[in-house]
Design a protein around this ligand. Structure first.
Ligand SMILES: Cc1cc2nc3c(=O)[nH]c(=O)nc-3n(C[C@H](O)[C@H](O)[C@H](O)COP(=O)(O)OP(=O)(O)OC[C@H]3O[C@@H](n4cnc5c(N)ncnc54)[C@H](O)[C@@H]3O)c2cc1C
Length: 245
């Protein structure tokens, strides 16, 4: 894997889009087949490169949201309204179309199923993508490591993989899911508000348990949340962050 990861970082591969589905009104799941794909660890990302006919080329990073599955993997892309790449991936790219990508990238923001420490996952918006890979890998490997997911979204309609998360919270032993709504809550749920110290103190594993903490989302969100974990006494080396900004 280590050798494959190094060569994967350097090699641009041709990936073919196999399936597209809506995740929310503004996010899509893109499943790619990548011949020669060396495999990935949950938490890693790929760089996607698009090249126009005149040679103009742009690239962006996207986390893999699926568990390892041979030469196939899923990306979960949020459409940024005035963005250059994400609207193309969400609205134009169709099954059978090809893009270039390289990876898997990243060796720090990864969860290994052999690590028995409890895990706290904190996602803001599309930051759920690499954490979903961890949740799905945990299930695929039959791991009993206790996971707690705290997921901040604007409204109930913005929850990625809502049905799957509800099902997994019921069926995957040891997976706890807590949603925080920042703009509008569902009926009967607590009023909307930002994710803060009280929520993390209540729903994350306490520092005494020496959990692995993974925080992913927009830069401001990640910085606020990781500062709170450190203030709560967590070892900063166990608080791993991925910024989408
Ligand atoms: C390691 C890594 C992993 C990532 N994984 C994912 C992923 O799994 N899913 C995903 O949807 N994105 C992910 N991103 C973000 C992604 O790389 C792009 O930044 C994003 O898709 C916007 O690109 P764009 O070309 O559409 O917008 P751009 O043309 O780059 O930006 C257009 C405008 O939108 C603003 N903007 C840029 N990014 C965001 C954002 N994320 N949210 C709100 N406003 C933004 C910019 O400031 C600018 O004003 C990841 C980023 C990194 C660094």
């Amino acid at each position: 894997m280590a050798r494959a990861a190094v060569s994967g970082r350097l090699t641009w591969r041709v990936a073919e889009l196999a399936e597209v589905t809506d995740i929310t009104g503004s996010a899509r799941s893109l499943v790619f087949d990548v011949p020669g794909w060396p495999g990935h660890l949950p938490g890693q990302h790929v760089d996607v490169r698009l090249t126009a006919e005149d040679g103009y080329s742009v690239q962006r990073s996207y986390s893999i949201s699926s568990a390892p599955d041979g030469e196939r993997f899923e990306l979960s892309v949020q459409r940024v309204a005035d963005g250059e790449v994400s609207p193309y991936l969400c609205d134009v790219l169709s099954p059978g179309d090809q893009v270039e990508l390289r990876g898997p990238v990243g060796g720090w923001f990864v969860w290994r199923a052999t690590d028995q420490a409890p895990v706290t996952l904190v996602a803001g918006g599309s930051g759920i993508a690499p954490l979903m890979a961890m949740i799905r890998t945990r299930a695929a490997e039959g791991s009993r490591v206790p996971f707690r997911l705290i997921y901040s979204v604007r409204t109930p309609e913005d929850v990625y993989y809502a049905d799957e998360l509800r099902r997994r919270a019921r069926e995957d032993n040891g997976l706890d899911v807590h949603l925080v709504h920042t703009r509008r809550s569902p009926e009967g749920a607590p009023p909307p508000g930002r994710l803060g110290l009280a929520t993390l103190n209540t729903h994350a594993w306490p520092a005494d348990f020496a959990p692995n903490v993974f925080v992913c989302g927009p830069t401001g969100f990640v910085e606020t949340v990781s500062d709170i974990f450190v203030a709560l006494g967590h070892d900063p080396r166990r608080v791993r962050t991925e910024r989408f900004g």
